[in-house]
Ligand binder design. Sequence first.
Ligand code: NAD
Ligand code: LMR
Length: 332
Amino acid sequence: MAKDPVRVLVTGAAGQIGYALVPMIARGVMLGPDQPVILHMLDIPPAAEALNGVKMELVDAAFPLLKGVVATTDAVEACTGVSVAIMVGGFPRKEGMERKDVMSKNVSIYKSQASALEKHAASNCKVLVVANPANTNALILKEFAPSIPEKNITCLTRLDHNRALGQISERLSVQVSDVKNVIIWGNHSSTQYPDVNHATVKTPTGEKPVRELVADDAWLNAEFIATVQQRGAAIIKARKLSSALSAASSACDHIRDWVLGTPEGSWVSMGVYSDGSYNVPAGLIYSFPVTCKNGEWSIVQGLSIDEFSRKKLDLTAEELTEEKALAYSCLS
Ligand code: NAD
Ligand code: LMR
């Protein structure tokens, strides 16, 4: 029997991530090839005409899974009845700016959209915040939507996770699909800690640790980390625009694994509400390794953290604590 359509909200849908993301959702990349969807697209009035153009293209593409499109500048209409909300709307970072610089513009948007989601979305709505500063916007959304379960509010660090997989795959000349269990700890910013201490590669003779195969700790502990941390800035420098297709694809990966589950024996990175695991302060949205089953994520427990990693986990937590204070000062 055909499934009922799921309503999926994309905010900032007239922007460049939105333009890459909505066709992926309409093709079933996010929720599966047998899951019909109704797309809810929100943008602001200056972008209304462009948003309508995106709607026209969605109609023209005749996606079999796409059962309807709501294109609106009204947050209440956009949020009504949605079960998945991808929050992309906001202002992107430009060359030379740190993610903190976009804070004051974006946190106030997340405060007001929190209320619209809380009042009008489906009660089990899964929320993914993409817009920067992604962790702190998600935290603000969580705090101003107290009736949405905290487990339902997450932010995107899957792009960083995928970037780490890509770097290892290139370095070892192996298929990216054979590399697994990298971890992004902390903030979606240049303080994030891409950790390969538990990562493995599938080889003809079994799974081998990335550290053993790379056999170059100096590269793994310095250049690899810096490349992943700075990849967003490198894309902005090259494109004069922030990453879009990789962000859209990673957002699909994030929701797909959350809803449909992670494969046995592997984990992914998600920005989630910290419960104090790994001595990360509770009350931050922090990226952890997670597995997903039955639509719920759980933080992978019991991984060993060496002294080098500990310092990096703490540094990015400190930045998030500062961002949280800054966000509240922008809102007051
Ligand atoms: P963009 O400027 O092309 O698009 C953003 C869209 O949001 C625009 O159409 C704008 O009109 C709209 N918008 C602004 N305020 C809004 C509001 N209040 N409600 C609804 N829509 C609103 O930017 P982009 O390149 O698509 O990037 C979007 C965001 O995603 C930026 O904050 C960017 O920094 C961030 N980003 C995050 C990641 C990640 O991995 N977490 C990766 C790439 C980009
Ligand atoms: C990215 O990681 O590509 C985005 O967050 C854009 C940015 O500001 O770095």
